[in-house]
Design a protein around this ligand. Sequence first.
Ligand SMILES: C[S@@+](CC[C@H](N)C(=O)[O-])C[C@H]1O[C@@H](n2cnc3c(N)ncnc32)[C@H](O)[C@@H]1O
Ligand SMILES: Nc1nc2[nH]cc(C(=O)O)c2c(=O)[nH]1
Ligand code: SF4
Ligand SMILES: [Mg+2]
Length: 210
Amino acid sequence: MSTITLKTRKHTGSLPLMEAFHTIQGEGYFQGKSAYFIRLGGCDVGCHWCDVKESWDVSRYPKIKVSNMVAEAATFPTNMVVVTGGEPLMHDLDGLTDELKSYRFQTHLETSGAYPVTGSWDWICFSPKKFKKPLGDIYKVANELKVVIYNKSDFDWAEKHASLVNKNCLLYLQPEWSKREMMIPQIVDYIKKYPKWRISLQVHKYMNVP
Ligand SMILES: C[S@@+](CC[C@H](N)C(=O)[O-])C[C@H]1O[C@@H](n2cnc3c(N)ncnc32)[C@H](O)[C@@H]1O
Ligand SMILES: Nc1nc2[nH]cc(C(=O)O)c2c(=O)[nH]1
Ligand code: SF4
Ligand SMILES: [Mg+2]
């Protein structure tokens, strides 16, 4: 007698999708590279300068099947998918990255680190926030630390986090967009003094692309 094993595809579930778009990664180490962005709804971190406050209320966004989301991503000529939000780690991302990996995508995450890390990532951009403290697990796995500089006190906050991340983690200072004229010269002076840091500008905003 033989047994037949039915191979069923793992159900990867649904996630609240705010928007998805093909653009240029505007920030950090991969700045300038073609990438597909998946922006999930929901965030309770509450940054007063957040540039995507429309993402906060998860109930505004339809739950979309992960399999459909990733199949759509695969119609664009890029091998890199950036998962952002909202705060993407408010959701369990294991199913999403399993599906992305099955299409051979490089998986990148943008996160404040305020929730447990789920998913399997080729690159994690960690952008800690004063408004809801990061959890401990992110410091070991972050590939880049990207601190938003809104005022002078944020340089100390950046140093505090630089001392906590793993030794391979790249260090970026990113001017808060509305304060950029004031903060860019201060960031430049700071990096000339402390060259372990690099500047990250949101180049997509200068180029008027998403
Ligand atoms: C909108 S957040 C979404 C991902 C996640 N919630 C986070 O904060 O990392 C994406 C990136 O944009 C940065 N960001 C948000 N608003 C900004 C602003 N007004 N100026 C500069 N960077 C900003 C965040 O710090 C984060 O690195
Ligand atoms: N072009 C572009 N690059 C980005 N890098 C991180 C972004 C984000 O909102 O997470 C973002 C974004 O919204 N657009
Ligand atoms: S954690 Fe990210 S999405 Fe949430 S409020 Fe802050 S910048 Fe916006
Ligand atoms: Mg953005």
